[in-house]
Design a protein around this ligand. Sequence first.
Ligand code: ADP
Ligand code: ZN
Length: 652
Amino acid sequence: MFAEVVLAKASKFTDKIYHYSIPAELQPQVGHKVLVPFGKRKEEGYVVGFVEKADVPDVKEIYEIIGEQPLFNEKQAGLVKWMAEYYCAFLGTALKLILPSPANTKTLPPLPKGEGGNVKGERVRVLTPDQQKVLEKITKAIETKQSEVFLLHGITGSGKTEVYLQAAAKVLGMGRSALILVPEISLAPQIVERFKDRFGDIVAVLHSDLTLKQRREAGQRIKNGEARIVVGTRLSIFAPIDNLGLIVVDEEFETTYKSEQSPRYHAREAAIQLAKLHHAVVVLGTATPSIESYYKAKTGEYQLLVLPERIDNRPLPPVEIVDMRQDKSYLLSAKLREELYDTLSKGEQAILFINRLGYFTFLICQDCGQTIQCPRCAVSLNYDTSKKLLRCTHCGFSCEAKIICSNCRGSNIKFIGTGTQRIEKETADVFPQAKILRWDRDATAKRGSHDVFFAAFAEGKANVLIGTQMVTKGLDVANVTLIGVISADTALKIPDFRAAERTFQLLTQVAGRAGRHHLPGKVIIQTYDPANYAIKAAVTQNYEAFYEKEIQERRELGYPPFSKLINLILSGKDDSDTFKIASDLKGVLSRNVQGQILGPAPAAVAKVRGKWRYHILLKGQDIDEMRRKTLEAVEKVFSPREVKIVVDIDPI
Ligand code: ADP
Ligand code: ZN
């Protein structure tokens, strides 16, 4: 047997697995820190696995093991190895994610494992027949240790969380552990509370806002088996959990699951890999599955489970469309004003939602609703204010910003990209007595956390809440009976092939915020594009209808799930240097890679912190081949230069 070792201080050139032989007196385990000979030096490294055969003839011996306890387990090491390879990241960078924080010098002795399933406050529900069916399938897979992936499709309030809770209880009963992933902790307070209420002290909560000390403590409790249910954000997949039986990924479509730093992993994909290592079951649960996941469920890669009805049969709120081409109001249509008036006079509360995507500005014809799209990529053109050009952020196509609509020849062209402050002002002008609370990133940065806003609104300190994406999630206030979506089009027109999917998800979620309790709710959606399939499907909350249309579009344009994507992002201080290198890179790629190569195009945000950014998008079928060829090309073009390049596999 030989040990696989990754150097603790690996450089770009030494970031790989080295093989070492094991002297008879040593018994290293995966996770042990070791001292090894390296060239003429001694280096520290971590054992990440064992192999039968070494890859070099004269293998050197490990000198010694540093410390008694392994710092991570075999499954964590397996996850890191997969991640570094799949996402083209350094092993050293990925390994940092599973190492306990450095201050952690003393390790508690292993404690006896808790019995598990000790039911505390929260009441265990008798499952409905639909829930029962779903739970049985999940339980069976857990029992037989098949590492199966289930997609649990159920509208809000259909009892998904109850299924997670009872599946977790089963897993505990078998002496195993469960991991529950949520997109963002501050926006998922209810699910965290329910797990804590039901399982008490054996729950550990992990997220990036914990202090180092808290994180270390949670890590310890997980490692020594005290905490056997972990609820947390994407970083919880790195926790030292032993013997996992179940991983839940709640709201699997959420973009917060994708890391924006190296390794640029998607927690859903990582969860599936981790589950394979543990022979555990994965449950992806949501009302609005990502197109990719639903496709996998339809084609048999995942198993589809459905909860078609709400628990108490409470109806979903009616959704009404306002065609802004007819209305011609600036922000608040006549219909929305009328409904606001009604709601406020009854002493009920309203939420006005705006999907602000800061850097995207585009032009829309107020007469016919037409936006200008890239002739090559079928995504909206972005308006570059500095150069006064319309530009495609995918392929770099650009043209002059016409002020006459190409569709109807009208000249009523308007910029879309409206902010919350303007809505706040207009609302205040129309309803001077209303108390308005604006909740967006600027406001939270100034006045504290989400909890502060949430509490203020829930206590009725404001009549109208105006907010961005944050208001679409988690908010559950009984007195909210009206939701106004200021412009459904902002999400629809973002220059992204997932624009329609995002729109459907957002509208479906935001609609779910109204009339959650005894008061009936209502949703008003303002749009310039009422015939759009994403908007029509959101009105009826018909996921199937949306999926059928969307999957057809993806097939025709060859976007995922019908292709794989790699995004290469180049950034550098000098605009023309950066562009030149991007062009060289594209040249090398074009000669070697099978598939389509788009760009180089300026990134959606063309300049960030003084650095110019370009990107190249690769579209192909064989991700392994694409990845290999990409790395080769990057090596060839880049080694001596000062321009930074980032490889993003499966970009979002
Ligand atoms: P989802 O996660 O799909 O939104 P939940 O699991 O939160 O759904 O269920 C919605 C509501 O119904 C919750 O208040 C939950 O406690 C309750 N509930 C769930 N399952 C049952 C059941 N079998 N019997 C009674 N109430 C239930
Ligand atoms: Zn284009």
